[in-house]
Design a protein around this ligand. Structure first.
Ligand code: UTP
Length: 321
């Protein structure tokens, strides 16, 4: 223990959930308040209790939610996690446009920007001096995880051990997909290198492809929980990443300067994704976890990957809400 740190990706806007604040401050409790951040820290505490050691938590925020996130966690005393083990850093922003590529305006003299995707975490950490900090503390691995999976294990000793044992540059937790078009990126090999294809970029041909055993060829979805070797990133990762065009709701001002908060998607954001970092590394261990025990993402209010489905999974795992 002590050689792995954890990086919480909390810079997203959570537009599908549609709440005003950062996703982590959302309360999923039924009989008592249970904030998403609290659930994640409870999961971290499981590992702390098992191993007898705290590990450093680095939280990525964006201009849009940094202050609220910091103030909330401070007010809640980091849900019992020692403050000296919690560090914040900011990700970058990128312009957002309408469907014709015209940039939206947020205020009269300010273009509309949104966080530039979760793929910038390593460069942003370097710029914030936190990779140097990691070296000074002997941290060699970073467990990157999403804010919205309330069941995931963080700095999971079994996952860390398996990744180290295989001598790979990165480990990726995966689950068996529950439907051919499930909204998860799929793990594969591309030109002999590890690679992940985002669900909205899967072609029909790929969805229907079968492997030698007749099983779906692209059957293992990533859950946005990776263990990256810092040295491998420093030596192999080029920093330059592809840009993904993602259809989203973009708040902006109208012709008369009125603020518009759209109810449905109205344009594009331009994002770098952490999954593209995998392809720049030479080796990756896909590490299958049981989806019912470790995958409860909260993307929407109701339906698939929602507050409702995550609550049901928490209850199934004996977590009181
Ligand atoms: P999502 O792709 O689900 O995006 O993020 P989102 O912004 O949270 O939600 P929607 O799509 O607007 O509804 C997956 C993870 O990556 C983080 C999110 O906070 C979440 O943990 N993320 C996303 C960032 O940290 N920065 C970003 O720019 C985008």
């Amino acid at each position: 223990m002590g050689k792995a740190g954890a990086v919480l990706l909390a810079g997203g806007m959570g537009t599908r959930l549609g709440s005003d604040g950062p996703k982590g401050v959302y309360d999923i409790g039924l009989t008592r308040p249970v904030y998403i951040f609290e659930r994640l820290i409870e999961n971290m505490m499981d590992v702390v209790r098992q191993t007898g050691a705290y590990f450093h938590l680095f939280i990525m925020t964006s201009d849009k939610n940094d202050q609220v996130t910091r103030a909330f966690l401070k007010e809640k005393s980091y849900f019992g996690y020692p403050e000296e083990y919690v560090h914040f850093f900011l990700q970058k922003m990128a312009p957002a446009s309408d469907y014709d590529g015209h940039v939206y305006m947020e205020e009269k003299y300010q273009i509309s920007t949104s966080p530039n995707g979760n793929g910038g975490w390593f460069t942003s950490m370097q710029e914030a001096g936190l990779i140097d900090f990691a070296h000074e503390r002997g941290i060699e691995w970073m467990n990157i995880f999403a804010v919205d999976n309330v069941l995931q294990r963080i700095a999971d000793p079994v996952f860390v051990g398996a990744t180290l044992d295989k001598g790979v540059s990165v480990g990726a937790k995966v689950v068996r997909k529950n439907a051919p078009r499930e909204g998860v990126g799929v793990m594969c090999l591309e030109d002999g290198r590890p690679s992940i294809v985002e669900y909205y970029e899967l072609t029909d041909e790929m969805v229907e492809a079968k492997d030698a055993k007749g099983d779906p060829a692209y059957n293992f979805g990533v859950i946005l929980n990776y263990l990256f070797n810092i040295h491998s990133l420093e030596t192999l990762f080029k920093g330059k990443m592809p840009c993904h065009v993602v259809e989203k709701k973009i708040p902006h001002i109208g012709e008369n300067g009125q603020h518009i908060n759209p109810e449905s998607p109205n344009g594009y954001k331009y994002e770098e994704l952490v999954l593209d970092m995998i392809h720049q590394l030479d080796t990756c261990l896909p590490f299958e976890v049981e989806r019912e025990r470790e995958f409860a993402p909260i993307k929407n209010q109701t339906g698939v990957d929602s507050v409702e489905s995550a609550r049901a999974l928490c209850l199934k795992n004996g977590i009181e809400l």
